[in-house]
Design a protein around this ligand. Structure first.
Ligand code: Z15
Length: 837
């Protein structure tokens, strides 16, 4: 718009906006500049945190110029973009990742060293951005890294919570939660866009009007409005100029907030309403794989989807294209059902505000959206009560009922006289009160529905979406196996192994084409190579042992087998079964003679993970683990043969220390319950073996690495129903080893047994929903096989190398490329370095 300026003015701007240089001298200058100006400090007044802030600010300057160039070139070219809508982005720390992706880590490392600081210590000063619960949120973060690296035009949309996932402390063995006020010291990784503000309405009523053509129009008059303010988080790709964006919305009272109340002299009400507006983006709901049904959560979902769609539609309208071109410019991916309201909001915008016909609008909507399902657990399925929904979003409720009516009419035409079918497929569940089934809404409003691993994608076709497959046909329901970014999960988290792989393969190409890791297989019989490989693992174990000493005050030997289970605490993930087998191991050792003990493989069993604050049984599992640890770790009869630790406050940055240090990790969900799992991929990529069930992505990992390199046990998904039935109606007795373990707990070996009664009750014959008893014997056997295998270090090292070498498939680059080609229909748009700020 400023092109009316004279040429000289434009040229002056261009001359002044040359990019900063990236040699060590310029980098140091920029750091010191930020120390003295932005931070107003000096060499006499510096600590690690100040050094972190200065390096972060300097890195951010470089990120912003890439971001500007990328977004400028993309708005001019205006290619089709994908928008990834996720209520969670579990990014963790940004600085190390940004420096590595920009290729500036070494320069900054040397630069800061000469200035008197150690880069690794400086990195430790950064707090995690923990705007997610677990797998789903971290997956979104990995996908953003891959989208940027592969030069896809992509934006994420989410919420800027003031409080991320709670911090966990262990007090007297119990989990206690503390607020994660992560914005305490300014966040250098976000760019506030105070000029981008969108009004979002809630409540009120719907006006019905007849327009000049005699057509009935609906006009929603909200009762209250809040403002959405944009905060942009730059996401640099690895080894590319491309820098994508995650736009996070923050809620604020509108400028004219309740002027009426103020004018009426109702000051207190005005302030209260303003506070309520701010509340919307205050806190991330701490549930993973469970639905709480809170009104504020529904407000979050609408606030976020409405702001994001307004933004997307505004960008589209600037291009002066026809509405029929919308889905050629815009693809929107729904990360679970959390953003399913976006379907309704786009339909409302097109019909009520842009005056399109219902059918034209619906055609655009369904071509635009695609939906990823992440679970089949019934307690995780989102449902909203109709009365609550109507109170907050009256017009959206009408639209949902209309979508449902037209949908069911079509179903009825295809399958006449099947009331049961209509009932099962309806978006509205006929309960008291009625419920909106968000998964059904998401399926009906999308052109593609995907699961996150092969088994899971097949499972949803035969269970929760069976009727929909019957109606729509097979093609709508596809698989996109999850992936992880090798940049963060190997290059950044395991720098020694990364360097060794680069040295071995001769270059860093593998970081953008993970299948090249196959080249490591040629080295498997090279003794020196294997020795170095295992030395790196040991160094990583030493680093983890230090963290364990610091956080748990337990000394563990890096020569023991490190056995890890870190993930959200949930009954279906069966941490309970793990600790029960640890107790079995403890009892076995206690019963041994000294001679027998001499052949026991020493093991350190490492747990970590958060339980949802309201999940009573999961919290009891944490208590039991800590009680077992307290008894085992101080028992002189056991010594170093067995140690048990619970690492508090497991998060992304802790995972970056744990993952490279694992010998064996546990992925032991009841078959059919873990949709994919992604930490399994992280461990195997880092040369850790896994023990697991035939569930989620474990199955595909097995296919890639071969059955000799993975420890599989337990029942299969298609056996689960029969096993539950047999337990319930034929009274199959409890596993005898399990009985022994339970009686030890009940005798008080691990403290007051009354505490654990509710937990033990879940194992009652006929109630053992997650089949701990059924899988117990084979789980013990699998653990013994691990001990045996680990004793042959030479063979183990070969397995470890084969693991890493065969993980190419699980790069999130592969996943994202499949989404781009088969769902979004978008192409890479390589950005050119024009040298501008
Ligand atoms: C979540 O982290 C996952 C599924 C959910 O439905 C919710 Cl609400 C949160 C996880 C799955 O449990 C896990 O198996 C999967 O790997 C991950 O999503 C990413 O797809």
């Amino acid at each position: 718009e400023k092109s009316k300026w004279p040429k000289e003015t434009i040229e002056l701007w261009q001359r002044l906006s040359k990019k900063e240089a990236n040699d060590i001298n310029s980098v140091q200058k920029s750091i010191v500049h930020h120390v003295t100006t932005t931070l107003a400090r000096s060499v006499y007044n510096m600590d690690n945190f100040a050094a972190y802030q200065a390096v972060a600010l300097s890195t951010r300057d470089r990120l912003i110029s890439q971001w500007n160039e990328t977004q400028g070139q993309l708005s001019r070219a205006d290619p089709k973009r994908v928008y990834y809508l996720s209520l969670e982005f579990l990014l963790g720390r940004s600085m190390d990742n940004a420096l590595l992706n920009l290729g500036l880590k070494d320069t900054y490392g040397k630069g800061i060293e000469q200035l008197g600081f150690n880069m690794e210590e400086v990195i430790e000063s950064e707090v995690d951005a923990a705007l997610g619960n677990g797998g789903l949120g971290r997956l979104a973060a990995c996908y953003m890294d891959s989208l940027a690296t592969l030069d896809y035009p992509a934006w994420g949309y989410g919420l800027r919570y003031n409080y991320g996932i709670f911090q966990q402390r262990i007090v007297d063995g119990y989990q206690t939660e503390y607020p994660d006020y992560w914005l305490n010291f300014d966040n250098p990784w976000e760019l506030p866009r105070l000029d981008i503000s969108i009004q979002i309405g809630f409540g009120g009523h719907v006006q019905i009007i007849e327009d000049e053509y005699g057509v009935t129009r609906h006009n929603w008059i909200p009762a209250t409005n809040v403002q959405a303010i944009a905060y942009d988080v730059p996401i640099p790709g690895y080894d590319t100029e491309n820098c994508n964006n995650i736009r996070l919305w923050r809620s604020k009272p509108t400028k004219t907030f309740d002027l009426t109340s103020f004018n009426e002299g109702n000051y207190e009400k005005s302030v209260e309403d303003a506070t309520n507006a701010e509340k919307i983006t205050s806190v991330l709901y701490p549930n993973d794989n469970t639905m709480a049904g809170k009104e504020l959560r529904l407000k979050q979902q609408y606030f976020w989807t409405a702001a994001s769609l307004d933004d997307i539609v505004r960008r589209f309208k600037k291009s002066m294209r026809e509405w029929s071109d919308f889905s050629d410019q815009v693809a929107i991916q729904l990360n679970d059902t959390h953003p399913a309201l976006a379907i309704v909001e786009l339909q409302r915008l097109l019909v009520d505000e842009e005056m399109l016909s219902w059918d034209d609008a619906w055609d655009i909507v369904t071509k635009t959206f695609a939906f990823t399902n992440h679970t089949v657990l019934p307690e995780a399925m989102e449902k909203w009560s109709v009365p609550m929904f109507e109170y907050l979003l009256p017009r959206h409720l009408q639209i949902i009922f209309d979508i449902n009516l037209f949908f069911l009419q079509k179903v009825e035409m295809k399958f006449p006289n099947d009331r049961g079918l209509l009932n099962r497929m309806s978006i509205i569940e006929e309960a008291q009160p009625q419920q909106i089934r968000m998964a059904h809404l998401a399926v009906v409003g999308s052109h593609k529905v995907n699961g996150v691993a092969a088994l899971h994608s097949n499972l949803i076709k035969t269970t929760i979406f069976k009727d929909f497959v019957h109606y729509y046909g097979e093609d709508k329901f596809i698989n996109k196996t999850n992936g992880i970014t090798p940049r963060r999960w190997l290059h950044q988290a395991n720098p020694q192994l990364s360097d060794f792989i680069t040295e071995t393969l001769g270059n860093t190409k593998w970081l953008k084409d993970l299948s090249l890791l196959k080249g490591l297989v040629a080295k498997i019989n090279d003794d020196a190579f294997r020795k170095k490989w295992m030395a790196i693992k040991r160094a990583n174990k030493v680093r983890l042992a230090e963290l364990i000493k610091e956080r748990c005050n337990v000394e563990v030997s890096p020569d023991a087998l490190f056995d890890v289970q870190v993930k959200r605490i949930h009954e279906y993930k069966r941490q309970f079964m793990n600790i029960l087998v640890v107790i079995h191991r403890y009892r076995t050792i206690k019963s041994m003679t000294a001679a027998q003990k001499a052949s026991v493989q020493p093991r350190v069993v490492i747990f970590g993970g958060k339980a949802a604050p309201g999940y009573y049984i999961a919290k009891l599992v944490i208590k039991l683990i800590n009680s077992v640890a307290a008894v085992v770790n101080q028992d002189p009869a056991v010594g170093d043969l067995l140690k048990v630790v619970f690492i508090p406050d497991y998060n992304v940055s802790v995972a970056e220390v744990i993952v490279p240090a694992s010998d064996i990790s546990q992925h032991i969900s009841t078959a059919g319950t873990e949709a994919s799992g992604t930490s399994n991929m992280k461990f195997v990529l880092n040369g850790g073996l896994i023990i697991g069930t035939l569930d989620g992505a474990n199955i595909e990992i097995l296919e890639e690495i071969g059955e000799d390199n993975i420890f599989i046990f337990g029942c299969m998904a298609n056996e689960v129903e029969d096993l539950r039935h047999a337990q319930r109606y034929r009274g199959v007795p409890m596993d005898s080893a399990l009985q022994g373990v339970i009686s030890a707990i009940e005798k008080g070996v691990f403290g007051d047994p009354k505490i654990y009664q509710p937990l033990i009750s879940t194992l009652t014959v006929g109630k053992d929903f997650y089949l701990i008893s059924a899988d117990f014997a084979s789980y013990i056997a699998a653990n013994q096989a691990v001990d045996q295998a680990y004793k042959d270090q030479s063979e183990w090292s070969k397995k470890s190398i084969r693991c890493t070498a065969n993980m190419g498939k699980f790069s999130s680059d592969r996943s994202v490329k499949e989404y781009a080609d088969e769902i979004w229909n978008i192409k890479p748009y390589p950005v050119i370095d024009e040298g501008h700020l």
